[in-house]
Design a protein around this ligand. Structure first.
Ligand code: GRF
Length: 302
């Protein structure tokens, strides 16, 4: 089984999205940069970074042989996810089928608006108030797969395609790495990544569940099938039972009473459905503060 966290990026040109994906990698590793244009400027940047590259032009050998060699290079590098970043070639249905659900792309429009080329000119001509960008799963239909995330960007009076494209590109560079992380990381990966970045933390199982400790104190525990309802939660500390009660009442769709730890003022936060990750990450950090010895709080200035 290939590892979804091993990512290849396919480019055809300058590769600014590729650079953003490399520089902001979280929860995935870029193991190959490939291009159908051996002189793509982005390839030079990737090589200078010490990344493995693959460059092959379909000209002369034909699309089928080109894709077969690309596929072989991807498998050789044990790639699990392909991120298209300004890759200007249509991918064959066969190739899509072989990598079903494992190819994503960034498109400079608010899909389903403006599939294909000249997106910014079309948005300006239509008099739209907003343009934007979308990260989506690649299927046989051009720019037609499930949208994983979008950013909206205002179209300002006097914008032309260049000024608008530049503003949207900045949004692309923030959106793509974030959505790719979300796509390849499980909720547990994400909590692990958050918890283990905090000072002097470690993971040990407790009651068979992944649990995060600072010293001898727990500050986060991931539970699957919590209350036997198939829901996953992460349990975190609150300051006291007043705060716990307030959270349970204010947002019952997010917070629940965890078994065992409820009497100590903990809450469960749901990891099912649309998760407010900044909130979860903030709560984990706060829970760490409540569990950490004074020595660490002073040292970290938290
Ligand atoms: C970006 O606008 C991207 O949305 C589109 O092609 C452009 C590629 O730019 N698919 P770069 O090569 O990533 O700089």
């Amino acid at each position: 089984m290939s590892n979804s966290k091993r990512v290849a990026i396919l480019i055809s040109g300058r590769g600014s999205n590729m650079m953003a994906l490399v520089e902001q990698a979280r929860g995935y590793e870029v193991v190959l940069v490939a291009s159908d244009k051996p002189d793509a400027p982005g390839l030079g940047w990737a090589r200078a970074r010490g990344l493995a590259t693959f460059a092959l032009s379909p000209g002369g050998i034909g699309k089928a042989r080109y894709e077969a060699q690309l596929d072989a290079a991807l498998r050789e590098a044990e790639v699990g996810t392909i991120a298209l970043a300004g890759y200007m070639r249509l991918i064959s249905d066969d190739f899509v089928a072989r990598w079903r659900g494992r190819i994503v792309n960034i498109h400079p429009s608010l899909l389903p608006l403006y599939k294909g080329l000249d997106t910014h000119a079309r948005a300006i001509a239509a008099g739209d108030a907003h343009a934007g960008c979308s990260v989506h799963v690649v299927t046989e239909e051009l720019d037609g797969g499930a949208v994983l995330g979008q950013s909206r960007v205002a179209i300002l009076p006097g914008d032309d395609t260049e000024t608008l494209a530049a503003r949207v590109l900045t949004a692309e560079h923030a959106l793509y790495p974030r959505i790719l992380s979300e796509y390849v990381m499980t909720p547990l990966d994400r909590i692990r990544d958050t918890a283990l970045k905090l000072p002097e933390t470690e993971e040990r199982p407790s009651h068979g569940q992944p649990t995060f400790f600072v010293g001898e104190n727990q500050f986060a525990q991931v539970r699957d099938d919590h209350h036997g309802d198939g829901r996953h939660v992460v349990c975190v500390r609150t300051s006291d039972q007043d705060e716990q009660a307030m959270l349970l009442e204010a947002a019952p769709d997010i917070y629940s009473r965890p078994a065992y730890l409820a009497s100590s003022g903990w809450v469960g936060m749901t990891l099912s459905g649309d998760v407010d990750w900044p909130l979860v990450e903030d709560r984990i950090a706060r829970s760490w503060e409540l569990a950490a010895p004074a020595r660490l709080l002073e040292a970290g200035g938290r």
